[in-house]
Ligand binder design. Sequence first.
Ligand code: AMP
Ligand code: MG
Length: 310
Amino acid sequence: MKSIQSNIKKAKKYLDKNQCIAVPTETVYGLAANAYSNVSVKRIFKLKKRPANNPLIVHYSDINKLKNDCYINDDFIKLYRKLSPGPITFILKLKKVSKISKFVTNKQNTLAVRFPKHPLFKRLLKSLKYPLAAPSANMSTRLSSVKASDVIEEFGSKIKYVLDGGKCLIGLESTIINLLKKPTILRFGALDVSKIEKILKKRVLIKTNSKKKIAPGQFPLHYSPGIPLRTNAKKPKKNEAFVLVKKRKSTMKNYYYLSKNNNLQQSAKNLYSLLRKIKNDGYKMIAVEKIQNKGIGKTINDRLNRASKY
Ligand code: AMP
Ligand code: MG
């Protein structure tokens, strides 16, 4: 308990000095910095080698603080009440008076906002006078981090501090929904679209592959382990690691299971660490068995399809 408090204090100290640090969330680890400070936000882009035109998600502890920066609407209120804190990111209209750094939004008049659920991150946010811009804590186009050690693997000594909150419970990024006009999904994520439709009592549009790329989650190559990967494989070729969801009678050294038996939630949680492990085990190619395209399986397939563009 005491160490939690002192770790949060330490994290705050770095952030107050305009540094970026890694923070745990229920989805994946974030690379966080003061969203009101140009200096801080520019450091995030530099560290991740992220293109400046990929805007960042800003994290708040509650709706009252959000109102300093964004206009809210009815759809937002409905979803916020039922789903926040949780793995959903909302695109809202930015207020002119907002202090959000122009580098967060790439000078657009919209802002992506989220209310994370991880208790450490929540406590950290409550202790600060500003919200935190925090994209995933990984090099641009690569696998997200789901453990403190993944963050170190990505950034080495370049990262000043990692607030260690254990392994992420969900293991995949948030679902992004644009609420400016007709609700539109921009990125499949941890939260099922059908849940959102039930709450809004209407269908939402899906634009996860839009020509006008406003979310990096929409870029063709993303979430890559840094070696070639192919999907819907029936069996592995020579020297390939084989990622499976269904139990086999016999198991080979190159067989890697995403879950004990075809459990999609478990598979989501294990996806990035398993791909990371396969690469660290020395494989140069990955084949992945077909994965059911329903519920969070849709998000897993979205990530694998983008990783396969390597
Ligand atoms: P990451 O946190 O690394 O998973 O990336 C943040 C995601 O939020 C990216 O897909 C961004 O493009 C998306 N995003 C951030 N701000 C906006 C915005 N104003 N409009 C649309 N997407 C956004
Ligand atoms: Mg990311």
